[in-house]
Design a protein around this ligand. Structure first.
Ligand SMILES: *Cc1c(COP(=O)(O)O)cnc(C)c1O
Length: 392
């Protein structure tokens, strides 16, 4: 067989780096700050809600295609509670679609909205499923690079660069705020400019807001709340990051009935439906009091501070994240400039696993000296990691 088994669209995407690094963590006994999953499960009462649903026979058979009404109502109520003052609202019957995590929401949105050859602008470095899903949909990705500013210790979107990236073939912008892996929370001004550009050039925007509740400085502003954006924005949320149940894979899309209908056309032939009993539990989780959401944020802010201080003391240049549960660092002050080589030897040298940011770039040279650490771990784990990193 001369012809490769894996098709040309996917050939460039090997096994994800997370598998390699997690295996390395297991082999060396290193602390895994690579993959971003919490090492403590979410609220007990939410777990109990899932058990109750299973026992009571709710969701054990195919739930409705758009998601159970209880969850769609809870998503709409959540949007109203947190963003109603910005003019955000959605109809639970026609403007909410439950998906198998944000991952399926991203895939279904791209598969639904792209024609082969359409260009998609995405902020680089990007979440690893974006490039593969754009490719599966036959689109062409056009990265716009977030630039690190060592002075401010943060990343910024160059709005001129974004504007220049739009061509006659651009169909949509795939946005992510708060941004994984850099921790950037796009400002009101930046979002207003993205909105203006989208309206002017008649672009759709898919906005991945799975870290909406993990904002430590500034505030999360849904892009859909900006003038002219309601009818062109697909907003994506997920229970995984907000409730620390990443294994449940319950996500959602909110958008106009027309956009939700389009995304559902693709979604129905991917998973059709998923996570029946968990949908009931997530409906309850979304209704948790504000103190749950602020508690989660305050807890992660404290963890960010532990890891950021430890990494700084160990000699890294730290880009202090305003949101998410990741910290991006520059390894050049430690005398290294290749994040891949650095991460492959870090478990041996310091007993910690991290991820080279270059995997999130098309322009790999731009990402070469940066390395990402996750801080959604127990405090004692972070303190031990910080102690170990002082060996460097
Ligand atoms: C974790 C993550 C996702 C995937 O969310 P799931 O609900 O687990 O599918 C999507 N986008 C970003 C930016 C993420 O960090």
């Amino acid at each position: 067989m001369d012809r490769p088994l894996l098709n040309r669209r996917l050939a460039e995407f090997g096994t994800t780096i997370f598998a390699e690094m997690s295996a390395l963590a297991v082999r060396t006994g290193a602390i895994n700050l690579g993959q971003g999953f919490p090492d403590t499960d979410g609220p007990e009462e939410v777990r109990e809600a899932a058990v109750r649903a299973l026992r009571d026979g709710r969701g054990n058979q195919y739930p409705p295609g758009p998601g159970i009404p209880e969850l769609r109502t809870a998503v709409a109520a959540h949007q109203e509670r947190f963003y109603g003052h910005l003019g955000v609202s959605c109809d639970p019957d026609t403007e909410v679609l439950v998906t198998a995590g944000a991952t399926e929401a991203i895939a279904a949105s791209l598969l639904a909205l792209l024609e082969p050859g359409d260009e998609v602008i995405a902020l680089e470095p990007y979440y690893d499923s974006y490039a593969a899903c754009i490719a599966m949909a036959g689109g062409t990705r056009v990265p716009v690079t977030l630039r690190p500013d060592p002075e401010s210790g943060s990343y910024a979107l160059d709005l001129d660069e974004l504007r220049d990236a739009v061509t006659d073939r651009t169909r949509l912008i795939l946005l992510n705020t708060p941004h994984n892996p850099t921790g950037t929370v796009l400002t009101r001004d930046a979002l207003a400019e993205v909105a203006r550009l989208a309206c002017e050039r008649e672009l759709l925007v898919i906005t991945d807001e799975v870290y909406e509740h993990l904002v430590f400085e500034g505030e999360h502003l849904p892009l859909a709340s900006f003038p002219g954006m309601r009818e062109r924005t697909v907003t994506i949320g997920s229970a995984g990051k907000t409730f620390s149940f990443t294994g449940w894979k319950v996500g959602w899309v909110t958008a106009t009935p027309e956009l939700v209908g389009a995304v559902r056309s693709a979604k129905q032939f991917l998973t059709y439906v998923s996570a029946g009993p968990f949908q009931y539990a997530v409906a309850e989780a979304l209704a948790l009091p504000d103190s749950y959401y602020t508690g989660l944020r305050d807890d992660l802010r404290a963890k960010r501070d532990i890891l950021a201080t430890g990494l700084t003391d160990a000699g890294f240049q730290v880009f202090r994240p305003s949101g998410t549960y990741f910290i991006t660092t520059d390894i050049r002050p430690l005398g290294f400039d290749d994040g891949f080589a650095f991460c492959r030897t870090l478990p041996e040298r310091a007993g910690v696993v991290a991820i080279p940011n270059a995997v999130f770039y098309d322009h790999q040279d731009q990402g070469a000296p940066f390395v990402r650490f996750a801080f959604c771990k127990q405090e004692k784990t972070l303190l031990e990691a910080v102690t170990r990193l002082q060996r460097l």
